[in-house]
Ligand binder design. Structure first.
Ligand code: SAM
Length: 207
């Protein structure tokens, strides 16, 4: 779903690119005339991603990816420099999600699109689990309530949001996960994975 909106020649930014999985998928879609930039704050992930980029180039012949070090709250990119922003399971880790969306808005071109997959809360986390380190790692403890998350996107200046996909977390899933297993029953119906689509309004002549 995230990648279906990409077209040959697009310039794409992946927020919190990790080992580069989504960067490489996007790079195949945008082809040799496009460009994909991954931003991540950790040296370990950047080293891994750059090593993977060499393998990607060897296997595809494409030389259209780049990994930059930086925080998604203060992106190392020029204003209005990318056409599409993607992100998977990263923004919920930020302590200042509103700032992440303001930065995304700044670096997107007018008319540009953003498709982000993330975790939001549909009910408050049960007390006692709010400081659970494992749930932070699993991207749940840092998540915002769904309405606040979507409101932060609008507040940054984006147009109406559209939920492309969503999947509620069920106890069964958490039971299979070593991090969340011990608290699985308490998580039923609390969190959901959503993919949100939104746009930066196009530039208006004379404004
Ligand atoms: C759960 S991983 C997701 C990686 C990738 N998006 C994926 O789907 O495979 C989160 C990544 O975001 C990075 N990250 C977390 N917070 C960040 C921030 N504030 N600024 C930049 N990168 C961040 C981490 O270093 C890590 O590589």
């Amino acid at each position: 779903m995230t990648f279906s909106c990409l077209e040959p020649g697009d310039i794409v930014l992946d927020l919190g690119s990790g080992a580069g999985k989504d960067v490489f998928l996007a790079a195949r879609k945008v082809g040799a005339s496009g460009w994909v930039i991954g931003v991540d704050m950790t040296d370990e992930m950047l080293t891994l991603a750059r090593r993977n980029a060499e393998k990607f180039q060897d296997s595809t012949g494409l030389d259209n990816v780049e990994f930059r070090k930086g925080c998604i709250e203060d992106l190392p990119l020029e204003d209005a420099s990318v056409a599409i922003i993607i992100s998977n399971c990263v923004i919920n880790l930020s302590p200042d999600k509103a700032q992440v969306f303001r930065e995304a808005f700044r670096v997107l071109r007018p008319g540009g699109r953003m498709v982000v997959s993330d975790i939001v809360l549909d009910r408050p986390l049960p007390s006692g689990l709010q400081d659970h380190a494992g749930l932070y790692t699993a991207c749940i403890a840092g998540a915002l309530p769904r309405a606040k998350y979507l409101e932060a996107i609008l507040q940054a200046g984006f147009t109406q949001t559209r939920i492309l996909t969503e999947r509620g977390h069920q106890a069964g899933q958490a039971q299979g996960d070593p991090i969340t297993n011990e608290v699985a029953d308490s998580l039923e119906g609390v969190a959901a994975s959503i993919t949100v689509f939104t746009e930066k309004p196009p530039a208006m002549d004379g404004v």
